[in-house]
Design a protein around this ligand. Structure first.
Ligand SMILES: Nc1ncnc2c1ncn2[C@@H]1O[C@H](COP(=O)(O)OP(=O)(O)OP(=O)(O)O)[C@@H](O)[C@H]1O
Length: 327
């Protein structure tokens, strides 16, 4: 990656009593990416986040955020420029939704007009009507409150958002909706997101890069495609074997678009079928064979168009990579 990392950990170790929670970890998170740290319980994922936010002090190593060393002098400034989403999303019950959303921007003395505009855009992304702004949290459903909790973290337009297992307590449908909401907001605002989960499928859906964490170390840090097809050790392989994405037919369509296999305008002479970006390749062969092209949507926006040729080029590139690996 060419740009400077927004988070850089160099040789960081964290110890609790006799327990090494992070073991000589080096890690870089780059601007605008969604980096997912995934791994089983106790591997050290949360400790990595807590260390980056200054809640846990490493016994050795260096951390910088936005080019600033993470130390006592910079800590407040660094924290104010981070957004957090935790598993327990709790809104202030005695404040309206608007007050909940504007609290942080006000603490940061951000101008009112642009903040109001951002809040409008976030409410639209979360599919929440604007008249909800004057309601209290108890007047919203649980799912709506969750959505407010997510967009609240983006209200100050922080360059960096830390998300610690934000959806793991939810039912599968709500989880999927909030994953989509997060992806849509990321596409709109282009923040950097460091996202933690123990769910491999969530990691594959959310991550542009995935780091597999075990025993306080990152065993492999690669694109989802690379991790699934070319795990660099037995642990990573086992972890992702059960995931749904290790077969070509389970590749998400939005991945093809984001990797540049489609185009931004429709192909001439082909009928258009609109399809969600989290549909997989396997569902598309029939549609493409019928002389259609796919308009791939993320939330309400078409992010690109794929035709049969785009899909073939993707499959050919995959096959070539596999060949290279086996010779
Ligand atoms: N405050 C603490 N005091 C003592 N030990 C701790 C503390 N926080 C974490 N640990 C230990 O450090 C190790 C890493 O824990 P951590 O919570 O970072 O893992 P995790 O991968 O986030 O797990 P989970 O998914 O269960 O939250 C574990 O062995 C844990 O018991």
């Amino acid at each position: 990656m060419s740009s400077k990392p927004i988070i850089q950990l160099a040789n960081v170790s964290v110890v609790f009593g006799q327990q090494t929670a992070i073991d000589h970890l080096s890690l870089a998170v780059y601007p605008h990416e969604i980096l997912v740290l995934v791994g089983e319980s106790g591997g050290g994922k949360t400790t990595i986040l807590r260390t980056i936010s200054g809640l846990v002090k490493p016994i050795s190593g260096q951390i910088s955020v936005n080019g600033l060393p993470l130390n006592k002098e910079n800590l407040r400034h660094i924290r104010l420029n981070m957004g957090y989403v935790l598993q327990q999303i709790s809104l202030f019950p005695n404040m309206t939704i608007k007050q909940n959303l504007t609290l942080l921007p006000e603490i940061k003395h951000q101008a009112k007009k642009p903040t109001d505009q951002i809040i409008k855009e976030l409410m639209a992304a979360a599919k929440l009507p604007l008249d909800y702004l004057s309601k209290y949290p108890s007047e919203l459903s649980g799912g709506e409150q969750q959505r407010v909790g997510i967009i609240r973290a983006f209200g100050t337009r922080p360059a960096l958002i830390l998300m610690d297992e934000p959806f793991s307590a939810l039912d599968p449908v709500s989880r999927e909706q909030l994953q989509d909401l997060t992806l849509a907001i990321h596409a709109h605002f282009n923040n950097t997101i460091l996202f933690i989960t123990h769910d491999m499928n969530e990691a594959l859906k959310m991550g542009q890069r995935i780091g597999v964490v075990k025993d306080g170390q990152v065993l492999q840090l690669s694109t989802p495609d690379e991790i699934v097809r070319h795990p660099n050790n037995a642990y990573v392989k086992t972890l992702f074997n059960g995931s749904e994405a290790h077969q070509t037919q389970n590749v998400y369509l939005r991945r093809l678009v984001l990797a540049g296999y489609g185009q931004s305008t429709p192909f001439q002479g082909l009928e258009i079928t609109t399809i969600a970006g989290d549909q997989t390749l396997g569902t598309t062969y029939q549609i493409l064979a019928e002389n259609h092209q796919l308009a791939v949507k993320q939330q309400d926006q078409v992010i690109g168009y794929l035709n049969a040729d785009s899909v073939l080029r993707f499959l050919a590139a995959r096959a070539k990579k596999d060949d290279a690996k086996h010779t």
